[in-house]
Each structure stands twice: as structure tokens, then as C-alpha cells.
Write a protein that binds this ligand. Structure first.
Ligand code: PLP
Length: 458
């Protein structure tokens, strides 16, 4: 094979370092995920390095990171402990299988994780992403019921507006039409609760909205329709992110838990974005004091620097598989990279960083300042709602007539190109999820900039 683009000199390091910091000659081949490829390639936004709260763009501007990458760099960028751990690990053990083999790190990491997880989640199954964590949890739920003699419980319940990644399981229980409609008939036997976004009653709530607890009764309605004996699990994001930050009304999650308990239905919390300090505790389950039977995670687990996901599983579910002859594989599921050495090293060093810098506590300490500052934008043009919890914030804009999403997209590109600020938009919602190392002056800058850009954006 001859590849004319491969470096010819012995100096690979220099070659790739140079390549990683300049605008590519050709951007055709990379089919970008969840992107308007042609629009992006005509006016690219490329990042080439990062440290602390900042990215550096290919045109050498320092960009304030208001989104923690994609809700994943909770400890900020280029953290020394994590860099050292990953560098050391790749030089020691680059890869080892975990199917009928093993290496020490996933065992050590699972112990550390189970120590910070809420009861009764004492076991951890490793994946490589949030999507895989979701599909893993759904499969464990089905296999669990079968293992205990209730194999007819095959129905999975999701929610409207939910985002559970992009696997077939995740899009089936998910509730975002664009993520579903192009992909056929999806998994059979799935139903959905209504979402809890209610701007009419709850606009500009600080923290959890007061109205909407009764929406949890939807689950009773689905039980009446399908019968509890057919339902395996309900999956819910305690705080939904991708739909534009939707918060659980006061008492809603507690009520869903009660109904699940009453009918023997498992409750899975998808904490891919809320896990690892985003709402001021290790997990939203702890912040809201609601027990989950499984929690799906990824993102902040490794501070985003090596792909990894983890499913936290209750003692009861795990133990239901540990019967029968000991030479039989208990769960026919896993990934080549489950418990990958680099990911484990990154995750262990990430947990150290969170702990040493008390970042989860810091998110709680800053929450009221964050809330006060974001709600200061209430009177900016076109703002119809502001939502917040922990270090999550959302500003919802009225859509331009006939052009949904266009107004928020303009705010996004202005922030990036003119104001050196990275935000994220979904539809007409501006969503913010900064690294938890953020300081008050960064918060001031984010919201001053946004106020200014909103005033300039018709
Ligand atoms: C709640 C939730 N679940 C699952 C996922 C999917 O994670 P990934 O993109 O790592 O597959 C995401 C990603 O944003 C998410 O927010």
C-alpha cells in the first residue's frame, strides 16, 4: 500500500504535531457527526489545543469553554495528573483483553467508582460511550428479569424529548424525533412517558420547577395499558440535556420511583451528563435523593480524554446473574475495549483530580452565583425561559418565524467567531455546562457576552 499522505521522514511526532495545529488541506473525507457538514466545511471552527478553562482555535484565539467540551471535561482541560497517568499507562500496558482475561486497572477503578456511587449500586460494567452504556443497561434489565423467571417483562419505557445516545436501544427509548424518524421501526415494545417541559407554568424557575409532579402518573397509565408484568424498565435522564435542558419537577422522580417499586419495574437513570459532579454531587440520584437500580455514565468519567462509559448496577440485579454452574458466562455482552487500560488510567486520575480539588462541592458552592447571573438575562431580547441546576444552564429563545433554531445558531457563531466563547445550542436553546473549575469572573464573562450578543441578534 502506498499512502502519499504518510510522512516520509523519521520524524513522525513533528509531522503529526504540525498536522494537528493547522487547517487541513482537504476536509472532504471526514463525515462529521451531528453536524451540517457542508455548512461547517465552508466556515470551519477548529480547536487545536486546550488548557484549564480555555481552548485555542486554529487561528490562534483563546476561547472560553462554556460547555466542558461536550459536557465531558468536568475538571477542565490538560489536567496534569490525567496526562501523566495516560502517558505512563500507554508505555506500560497499551491493551489487554477483559474477556476471560484481565488486568488490574478495571478492578481498581470499579472499586473506586462503587465507593462514590449511591447504594445499592455496587457493581460496574465498562463500555466506551454513553450510547453503549444505555444499550448495556437496557440489555441487563431484560436479561435480569429473564434470569429471575419473569422473561415476559420485555417492554422498555422512555420519555418524550429524551436523549439516550444513538444505538438502536437508545434511539428507541429516546424521544427526539430527528434521532428516530430516519431509522426504521426501531425496537418493538417501547413506550414513552410525556416530557416535563412546561414553560407556561414554570418559566424562569430557579432550580427544580414547582409544577409537573403529576406527569409521573403517566407511568401508571402505561401500566394500565400494558400491564406491569410486561414492563422491564423505565429509563430517565434525571436532568435531560440534549433536548435543551429539561429539569424534573419537584417530587417527580420520587413519584416515578414509587410507581416502579409498586410494580416491580426497574428504574434506570441515564446520568451521562449529570454524573461526576455536574449537579453538585457525584450523581443526580444523590442530589435528588432517589434510588436507581442502574445508572449509565460516560463523559466526565475520564474527563472526556479517553472514551469510556460505565453502567452502575445494583447488588440485587448483579446477584441474580451469579447462579448456576461457575464455568458458564453469566452475561453474553461486552466490548473489546471494556475496561481499556488507557481509559482506566484516565478515569482513576480523573477521580483523584475531582477529589483533590473538591470539584463536586465546588459546583454546589457556585450554584447560586451561577443561577443569579444566568437569570440576570431574563429581560434580554427573545428570551422565553431560563433554567438552571448545579452548573447547568439553559436560555431558551423564541424561534424566528419559519426558521426554528436559526436565532440560537446565530448566537452560537457570533459567540465563537466574534467573542471567543464556546456555547452549545440545540434548537433555540442555549445550553451551558462549563468545567467545574470555573471561577466567578468566568461566569461573569459568559453571561455578559451572552447578554451583549443577544442584544445584537434579531
Ligand atoms: C443522557 C445521555 N445519554 C447518552 C448519551 C450518549 O453518549 P455518547 O455520545 O457518549 O454515546 C448522551 C450524550 O450526550 C447523553 O447526554
Amino acid at each position: 500500500m502506498h499512502d502519499e499522505h504518510a510522512p516520509s521522514s523519521a520524524s513522525y511526532g513533528d509531522h503529526y504535531a504540525h498536522q494537528a495545529t493547522r487547517l487541513p488541506d482537504n476536509m472532504d473525507a471526514f463525515w462529521m457527526p451531528f453536524s451540517a457538514n457542508r455548512q461547517f466545511k465552508a466556515s470551519p471552527r477548529l480547536l487545536v489545543s486546550a488548557e484549564g478553562m480555555y481552548y485555542r482555535s486554529v487561528d490562534d484565539r483563546q476561547i472560553l469553554d462554556g460547555t466542558g467540551g461536550l459536557w465531558c471535561c468536568n475538571a477542565g482541560h490538560a489536567r496534569p495528573r490525567i496526562i501523566e497517568a495516560v502517558q505512563r499507562q500507554i508505555a506500560t500496558l497499551d491493551y489487554a483483553p477483559t474477556f476471560q482475561m484481565g488486568h488490574p486497572l478495571p478492578f481498581a477503578l470499579a472499586e473506586r467508582l462503587s465507593a462514590i456511587a449511591p447504594d445499592p449500586l455496587k457493581h460496574v460494567f465498562f463500555t466506551n460511550s454513553g450510547s453503549e452504556s444505555v444499550d448495556t443497561a437496557l440489555k441487563i434489565a431484560l436479561a435480569y428479569h429473564r434470569a429471575r423467571g419473569e422473561g415476559q417483562r420485555t417492554r422498555l419505557i422512555g420519555r418524550e424529548k429524551a436523549y439516550h445516545g444513538v444505538g438502536f436501544g437508545g434511539i428507541s427509548v429516546g424521544g427526539l424525533p430527528n434521532n428516530r424518524k430516519f431509522f426504521g421501526s426501531l425496537l418493538p415494545g417501547v413506550d414513552h412517558l410525556r416530557h416535563t417541559l412546561d414553560i407556561q407554568r414554570n418559566a424562569f424557575s430557579r432550580g427544580l420547577p414547582a409544577h409537573g409532579r403529576e406527569l409521573a402518573e403517566d407511568l401508571e397509565r402505561l401500566v394500565l395499558l400494558h400491564d406491569a408484568s410486561t414492563i422491564a424498565a423505565v429509563i430517565i435522564e434525571p436532568v435531560a440535556g440534549s433536548a435543551g435542558v429539561v429539569l424534573p419537577p419537584e417530587g417527580y422522580l420520587q413519584r416515578v420511583r414509587e410507581i416502579c417499586d409498586k410494580h416491580g419495574i426497574l428504574l434506570i437513570f441515564d446520568e451521562v451528563i449529570t454524573g461526576f459532579g455536574r449537579v453538585g454531587k457525584a450523581f443526580a440520584a444523590q442530589r435528588f435523593d432517589v434510588r436507581a437500580d442502574m445508572i449509565t455514565t460516560a463523559k466526565g468519567l475520564t474527563n472526556g480524554c479517553v472514551p469510556m462509559g460505565a453502567v452502575f448496577v445494583s447488588e440485587q440485579i448483579h446477584d441474580a446473574f451469579m447462579h448456576g454452574p461457575e464455568n458458564i458466562i453469566e452475561l453474553f455482552h461486552g466490548y473489546t475495549y471494556s475496561g481499556h487500560p488507557l481509559a482506566c488510567a484516565a478515569a482513576l486520575a480523573t477521580l483523584d483530580t475531582y477529589q483533590e480539588e473538591k470539584l463536586f462541592e465546588k459546583a454546589i458552592e457556585l450554584e447560586s452565583y451561577w443561577a443569579e447571573t444566568i437569570h440576570g438575562l431574563r429581560d434580554c431580547p427573545n428570551v422565553v425561559d431560563i433554567r438552571n441546576i448545579g452548573l447547568i444552564g439553559a436560555i431558551e429563545l423564541a424561534p424566528r418565524p419559519g426558521a426554528p433554531g436559526a436565532r440560537a445558531y446565530d448566537v452560537f457563531t457570533r459567540c465563537f467567531h466574534e467573542e471567543n466563547l464556546l456555547i452549545r445550542v440545540t434548537g433555540d436553546v442555549i445550553a451551558l455546562s462549563p468545567p467545574l473549575i470555573i471561577e466567578r469572573d468566568h461566569i461573569d464573562r459568559i453571561f455578559h457576552t451572552l447578554a451583549d450578543v443577544l442584544k445584537r441578534t434579531a
